[in-house]
Design a protein around this ligand. Structure first.
Ligand code: F6P
Length: 362
């Protein structure tokens, strides 16, 4: 009989599909497999700043069949409020890391499973080092930019949503003889744009990793027209810059600003250079809220079980990862340090070029 333990779990950073499936897997493995108790911490590190600390005991009675299928996170999450650089209403910033650590200690936990992207995992690791927390990380992000894992939870579903968007745009583009521009998320990496663009039959894909020229994009669209094609599908990743190198961002009502709007710039330039009628779809948060695909459900289940097994083996400061058809785990610091962008000479880029997709550079 394994030692009795009490472990915590939190979701941090932007949500994505598959988070509830990880929570489910962790609770099943910990409660059924080891007889442990699992404490859910609400709203990421924000829950550890609240007094009383915001928690929820997670037991098997929660799982009535919906968790595996449900996007979002029942624990809530937060992508703002880094405790090391915490914003105050007057605009100043303070370090609240010791408060987070005190909150964690008050729960009497043996270990913590932190589910996050590279930014959240870096913050959690810093807290773990400072507070002596036994941390296991699980990578999740639609952007798929966490290093040392082939894939992160949530990416496959985002790609599915973006591919489906292209499926929906194609018939209306053809009916109206239009160039449809689809702007997708991905932060500084072009994984969603490239993968969904290939799967959804895009004619042009613009990603931040490959500098483009708008005259070459226009040339490709003209070529398609000469060939008898009356429409074109263009996918652009949100972090793509304008021809003069500017990033386009949107200020959100309420808080912060993010990439957003480059699709309108690209559409305008295509219209100017080709005379085509263009329309823009900014896919936005639909990519985060899709029902998890089977791949994300599987990855979440495999990662959740492995994370609990790592705790049982006392293996901390590591991140669960997927590599060469295996679940493995890697040093958390190395994973955080190795950002994963698109390799411009990699197989997906070669395949895109192989089917005549214009990446704006040739
Ligand atoms: O990192 C995930 C992500 O969805 C990015 O692709 C996007 O740029 C950003 O988060 C949007 O963040 P928010 O939910 O704060 O608008």
């Amino acid at each position: 009989m394994a030692d009795s333990k009490r472990i915590g779990i939190l979701t941090s950073g932007g949500d994505c599909a598959g988070l509830n499936a990880v929570i489910r897997a962790v609770v099943h493995r910990a409660v059924e497999g080891y007889g442990w108790e699992v404490m859910g911490i609400r709203n990421g590190t924000a829950g550890l700043l609240s007094r009383p600390v915001e928690t929820q005991l997670l037991d098997l009675s929660l799982f009535t069949g919906t968790f595996l299928r449900m996007a979002g996170t029942i624990l809530g999450t937060s992508s703002e409020g880094n405790p090391f650089d915490y914003p105050l209403p007057d605009g100043s910033r303070i370090d609240r890391s010791e408060e987070v650590i005190d909150g964690y200690r008050s729960l009497g936990l043996d270990a913590l499973i932190g589910i996050g992207g590279d930014g959240s995992l870096a913050i959690l690791r810093r807290l773990a080092k400072q507070g002596g927390i036994n941390l296991v990380g699980i990578p999740k992000t639609i952007d798929n930019d966490v290093g040392m894992t082939d894939v992160s939870i949530g990416h496959a579903t985002a790609v599915e949503v973006a591919t489906e968007a292209l499926d929906h745009l194609m018939p209306t583009a053809a009916s109206h003889s239009r160039v449809m521009v689809l702007e997708v998320m991905g932060r500084d990496a072009g994984h969603i744009a490239l993968t969904a663009g290939i799967a959804g039959g895009a004619d042009v894909i613009l990603i931040p990793e490959i500098p483009y020229r708008m005259d070459l994009v226009a040339e490709r669209i003209e070529e398609l027209k000469e060939r008898g094609r009356n429409f074109a599908l263009v996918v652009v990743a949100e972090a793509v810059r304008t021809e003069s190198g500017d990033t386009i961002t949107q200020r959100h009502a309420g808080s912060g600003s993010d990439y957003g709007g480059v699709g309108y710039y690209v559409a305008k330039r295509i219209a100017e250079l080709t005379g085509a009628e263009t329309r823009v779809t900014v896919l936005g948060h639909l990519q985060r809220g899709g029902m998890p695909t089977s791949r994300d459900r599987l990855l979440a289940t495999v990662f959740g079980v492995h994370a609990v097994d790592m705790i049982a083996q006392g293996r901390f400061d590591r991140m669960v990862a997927w590599s060469a058809r295996e679940v493995i785990d890697v040093p958390l610091d190395q994973a955080i340090a190795s950002y994963r962008a698109i390799d411009p000479t990699g197989p997906l880029v070669r395949s895109a070029r192989g089917v005549g997709i214009c990446l704006g550079d040739a």
